[in-house]
Design a protein around this ligand. Structure first.
Ligand SMILES: Cc1ncc(COP(=O)(O)O)c(C=O)c1O
Length: 394
């Protein structure tokens, strides 16, 4: 593997920081270093003002109220706070929570943790396109269901879930609805009111912002969500999450969302063009390639391809200059087949033959063309060297 691949196609894992974001952050690492909780001097006031400015940008993006935005370290923490927070705050008789099987491990592992604490957990299947059926959500609801968690867009296959329909079902049944929007925030339109979302988690580093900062939207009206805090301390963030706020990171998050909002349409059009070019030009040369996930309900920057009977790791190792991944970044350290591919009904072999390419704001058409050439060349080379594959092709 190249030490420093030159074409970065792993933007679903994380994105490079936009230089404009870094520019906005820098003063808050230098002269504007105050603690937002310091109420007695201008250093503190300046920090607080910058934080509230970002909070407003994020709230507007979601059609939420400013006080409904809680800053955290990222989506994983937000998801933990949301799930554990509502469950541990439940004093009534509710004891059942629902999710689906292509969720990120941040959700699945937290659900597992609740299961070990005595909660009944339902994990719904998805169809071969990766979409959960809202009817399945409805039929799994019981009298003691407290929470439904569904991701907006999948990190491995880019599938966009029918969150609006599911939100409606949850609201009609008085059940809290949590959405993991790590892959969609700043990319797709999200209106928490219209979509009946009660809790929503997102991170800055997926949208050209800094790592280490995220948000949890917490509905404060009809219903007003109460959460048991997971970090106790000075009562920051209205008691939901204590700890001195990282001002520069928060400023960067706000700037990243502002830039994303300004360019969303144009950027999505460009990403879509690149995405479809890659899919079409790779499948044209290697006709046995399977496009994993939905072709329709899909993030405009996600491509996930299965090259049957070829080991995905081998493709990635042999390719020169293309940075991509075999699945979610968190699980690509081990060679277990991806739980998302397994959820689509794939065998272990097919699951281990799948590669994710995710495009971003800074990719150029020249890079996309070079990547297509390199991918096609590498797959041809491996097919030529693999007697197993030759047999399959006769
Ligand atoms: C869908 C999804 N959920 C949750 C996470 C976790 O986000 P973070 O690493 O910012 O905590 C990710 C990041 O890969 C993700 O893609």
């Amino acid at each position: 593997m190249e030490k420093y691949p030159s074409i970065y196609l792993d933007n679903n894992a994380t994105t490079p920081m936009d230089p404009r974001v870094l520019e906005a952050m820098l003063p808050f690492y230098k002269e504007k270093f105050g603690n937002a909780a310091s109420i007695h001097h201008s250093f503190g006031h300046e920090a607080k003002k910058a934080i509230e400015n970002s909070r407003k940008i994020l709230a507007v993006e979601l059609n939420a109220k400013i006080r409904e935005i809680v800053f955290t370290s990222g989506t994983t923490e937000s998801i933990n706070l949301a799930i554990k927070g509502v469950c541990e705050n439940e004093t009534g008789k509710k004891n059942h929570i629902i999710t689906q099987n292509t969720e990120h491990k941040a959700v699945l592992d937290t659900y597992d943790s609740m299961r070990k604490k005595g909660w009944e957990v339902t994990i719904l299947p998805v169809g071969s396109d990766g979409c959960v059926n809202p009817d399945d959500v409805l039929s799994s609801i019981k009298g003691d269901t407290l929470l439904v968690t569904i991701m907006h867009a999948n990190n491995e296959i880019g599938t966009i879930q029918p969150v609006k329909e599911i939100g409606e079902i949850c609201r009609e049944n008085s059940i809290y609805f949590l959405v993991d929007a790590a892959q969609s925030f700043g990319k797709l339109n999200i209106d928490v009111q219209e979509m009946n979302i009660d809790l929503l988690a997102a991170s800055a580093h997926k949208i050209y912002g800094p790592k280490g900062i995220g948000l949890l939207y917490v509905n404060q009206k009809n219903p007003r969500i109460k959460l048991k805090s997971q970090i106790d301390g000075g009562g920051h963030e209205r008691g939901f999450r204590s700890g001195t706020l990282p001002v520069a990171l928060i400023v960067g998050f706000g700037e990243a969302v502002k830039i994303a909002g300004e360019n969303q349409k144009e950027e999505n059009r460009q990403l879509l063009k690149f995405r479809d070019k890659m899919i079409n030009e790779i499948t044209a040369v290697h006709s046995d390639t399977i496009v994993n996930g939905s072709r329709v309900n899909r993030l405009s920057n996600n491509i996930n391809l299965c090259f049957p009977s070829i080991d995905a790791e081998t493709i990635i190792m042999k390719m020169k200059g293309v940075a991509c991944s075999t699945g979610s970044a968190c699980s690509s350290a081990n060679l277990e087949p991806s739980h998302v591919m397994k959820a689509l009904g794939y065998s272990n072999e097919l699951a281990l033959s799948s590669v994710r390419f995710s495009i971003g704001r800074f990719n150029t058409e020249d890079e996309i063309d070079s990547a297509i050439t390199e991918i096609n060349k590498t797959v041809s080379l491996i097919k030529g060297n693999s007697p197993g594959h030759r047999l399959l092709n006769v």
